[in-house]
Write a protein of this length. Structure first.
Length: 318
């Protein structure tokens, strides 16, 4: 939510709450506006959670405040005892978010020197009006779908760059992988997940974990790419083996789309693994290490694709 949108929502909720309280003839009508401005949150779900906690906190505060003033009188001693009892209980039950607005309402009892049912009803009405307008203001939440879709595209483009970088290194043998692109992708995925968690909190009824699991799936793949980048830096494959791996990286880059199941790639990798198993055993230490590194890279690539395949199976409908 932009600063302008949040400002407009706060202004409307505050002014309308105070106006309605005044229109209904409630005492201390501006307090309804203050409660509204305190109750508007960043998401619909958090606003509902705050409203529940503040309501329970308000009922507790008015109950303890009424008893304190009844037995100790309408003075600072009564207010002090109220705070001494109410605050620890509010924290214990997780209602501390309502301490400030609830205490403002209790001070009205002190100023009026009364705990009549009419005054208590006035304070509850102030709370309900303020919270009600905060909930109404948060009915409007701008859609973040376009931003989420943009992250989908950016992540796939970044993954393609990484895989094509691997292909270039294997075919040209020029340069090294310092994981700069992988670090950029890490940061991009963290930002994307923050956005989808925020967007999910604005959907009270229709919810899906698709976007969350999608970006978590890409995070798992990126961890594998980090290991592969380190291995590629240290391996020295024969020209034919390098070309095979380079071709697989290129094909994987072309099938990164979230709509593509990529099952064919798994079959192709398995055929290459079977081919390498039939080759003569290595005769030197160097050949053994090279063969082991080659198999490790192929296994890593297989796992990279398998993660995508499993995700596709789970969310084919989405």
């Amino acid at each position: 939510m932009s600063l302008l949108q949040r400002t407009i929502k706060l202004a409307l909720a505050t002014c309308l709450a105070a106006w309605l309280a005044d229109f209904l003839g409630l005492a201390y009508s501006t307090s309804a506006g203050i409660i509204a401005i305190l109750s508007v949150s960043d998401t619909r779900r958090s606003t509902l959670k705050l409203a529940r906690s503040r309501f329970l906190s308000t009922v507790l505060a008015l109950t303890i405040g009424s008893l304190a003033f009844h037995f100790l009188g309408f003075n600072l001693w009564g207010l002090g005892i109220y705070i001494a009892i109410y605050v620890p209980l509010a924290y214990r039950w997780g209602w501390e978010i309502g301490i400030t607005p609830s205490t403002v309402l209790v001070t009205h009892l002190l100023l009026e020197r009364s705990t009549s049912w009419a005054l208590l009803g006035n304070e509850l009405a102030l709370f309900l009006i303020g919270t009600g307008f905060a909930l109404l203001a948060n009915l409007y939440m701008p859609s973040r779908q376009r931003e989420i879709d943009t992250y989908h595209e950016q992540v796939e483009i970044q993954l393609k760059k990484i895989l094509l970088r691997f292909e270039y290194f294997l075919t040209e043998g020029d340069g090294s992988n310092d994981a700069a692109l992988i670090k950029e992708l890490d940061s991009m995925l963290q930002q994307a997940l923050q956005l989808v968690y925020l967007d999910r909190s604005n959907h009270l009824f229709h919810q899906t974990n698709y976007h969350i699991h999608y970006f978590e799936m890409r995070q798992a793949q990126n961890r594998i790419l980090r290991d592969m980048a380190s291995n590629i830096n240290t391996c020295h494959l024969a020209a034919s083996e390098s070309l095979i791996l380079a071709q697989l990286f290129s094909q994987t880059a072309k099938q990164l789309s979230q709509e593509n199941p990529a099952c064919d790639l798994l079959n192709e990798i398995e055929s290459y693994l079977a081919l390498f198993r039939e080759r003569p055993l290595p005769k030197t230490r160097q050949e053994f290490e090279t063969r082991a590194m080659l198999l490790q890279l192929l296994r890593n690539l297989e796992t990279f694709i398998q993660i995508k395949v499993e995700f596709y199976r789970n969310y084919k409908e989405d």
